[in-house]
Design a binder for this molecule. Structure first.
Ligand code: NAD
Length: 255
C-alpha cells in the first residue's frame, strides 16, 4: 500500500516540470493519492500542459492567491473533482526583483507588500479557502527557505518567508482543534523558475553542497518533494507547527 493511498490532495504551485510542486504531485500519485492542481489565471494553460506529464493527468483549477473571487470559488471548483480534501500543498512564492538581489535598503513598500501578500498571507488565505473541504486528520504543508537568517540576495523575500513561517504557526494553532496539521519543509536551494528569478541566486546556492554533511544537489527536487509527501501522510499524526529541514544538514552547521 502506498504512503498516500486513497488521499485526496490539492497541490498548488505546479508551473513547469522543474517546480517542486510537480515532483510532490508526481510522488503523491505514485504513492496512491488523487491530485488536483491549481494555477493562477495567466498560467493555467501552461500548468494544464505540464499536468499531462504526471503519472495520471491531473485537473487544474484556477487560483490566483491575490484574487478574492478565486479564493471564494476555490472550494466549489475543487469540489467538482473531489468530495473532500486530506491535504493541501502551498508551493507558492513571488517577489518583484526590485526587492531582491541586494536591493534590501532600496525596497519600496508596494513591492514588499506584493511579496508578503503572495508568499506569506496566501498560506492563511489558501487554508481558509480550502477549509470547507478539509477532513479531520488532514495536513497542510508549505515550502520555506530557512527564515532565521539573513541570506545573500534573498532580501525582502526572506522577510516574507519569516512572515510565512509565523503564519504557519498561527494556522496550526487555529486549525489544530479541527484536527488539521500545518507544517513546513525548509528546503535547500533547488534550481526552479522561482529560484532563478532571484538575481544572484548562485550566491545563495554557492558552497551549499560543501557545507552540507550529506551533500546537496540543487538540480534534484526529489528529497524536498519526499518530505512534503511524508508530512501529508498519516505518519506525522501528532506533529504540527513544525519546520522540517531538507537541506543536507546545512541549517545545523556552524558556518
Ligand atoms: P516555481 O517557480 O516552480 O513555483 C512557484 C509557484 O508560485 C508557481 O507555480 C507560480 O504559479 C506560483 N505563484 C506565483 N504567484 C502566484 C499567485 N499570485 N497565485 C498563485 N500561485 C502563484 O518555484 P519553486 O522553487 O518550485 O517554488 C515553490 C515554493 O518553494 C515557493 O514557496 C518557494 O519559495 C519555495 N522554496 C523554493 C526553494 C528553491 O530553491 N527553489 C527553496 C526553498 C523554498
Amino acid at each position: 500500500m502506498g504512503l498516500l493511498e486513497g488521499k485526496k490532495l490539492l497541490v498548488t504551485g505546479v508551473l513547469v516540470d522543474t517546480s517542486i510542486a510537480f515532483h510532490v504531485a508526481r510522488l503523491a500519485q505514485q504513492e496512491g493519492a488523487e491530485v488536483v492542481l491549481t494555477a493562477p489565471g495567466r498560467q493555467t494553460r501552461l500548468t494544464s500542459v505540464v499536468a499531462r506529464r504526471l503519472p495520471t493527468p491531473a485537473p487544474v483549477v484556477e487560483l490566483d492567491v491575490t484574487s478574492a473571487d478565486d479564493l471564494t470559488a476555490l472550494a466549489e471548483r475543487v469540489g467538482e473533482h473531489v468530495d473532500h480534501l486530506d491535504g493541501v500543498v502551498h508551493s507558492i512564492g513571488f517577489a518583484p526583483q526590485s526587492v531582491m538581489g541586494g536591493n534590501f535598503l532600496s525596497g519600496q513598500w508596494e513591492d514588499v507588500a506584493t511579496a508578503v501578500h503572495i508568499s506569506a498571507y496566501s498560506l492563511k488565505a489558501l487554508a481558509v479557502a480550502a477549509q470547507p473541504l478539509l477532513a479531520p486528520g488532514s495536513s497542510v504543508v508549505g515550502l520555506t527557505f530557512d527564515a532565521r537568517y539573513a541570506w545573500p540576495v534573498y532580501d525582502w523575500m526572506g522577510v516574507a518567508k519569516a512572515a510565512f513561517e509565523s503564519t504557519a504557526r498561527y494556522l496550526a494553532r487555529d486549525l489544530g482543534p479541527q484536527g488539521v496539521r500545518v507544517n513546513l519543509v525548509a528546503a535547500g536551494p533547488v534550481r526552479t523558475t522561482a529560484a532563478t528569478h532571484i538575481p544572484g541566486f548562485e550566491q545563495m546556492e554557492g558552497g551549499w553542497s560543501e557545507r552540507a554533511p550529506l551533500g546537496w544537489d540543487s538540480a534534484d527536487p526529489e528529497p524536498t518533494a519526499r518530505a512534503v509527501c511524508a508530512l501529508l501522510s498519516d505518519w506525522f499524526p501528532a506533529t504540527t507547527a513544525e519546520v522540517v529541514h531538507v537541506d543536507g544538514g546545512v541549517h545545523a552547521m556552524g558556518q
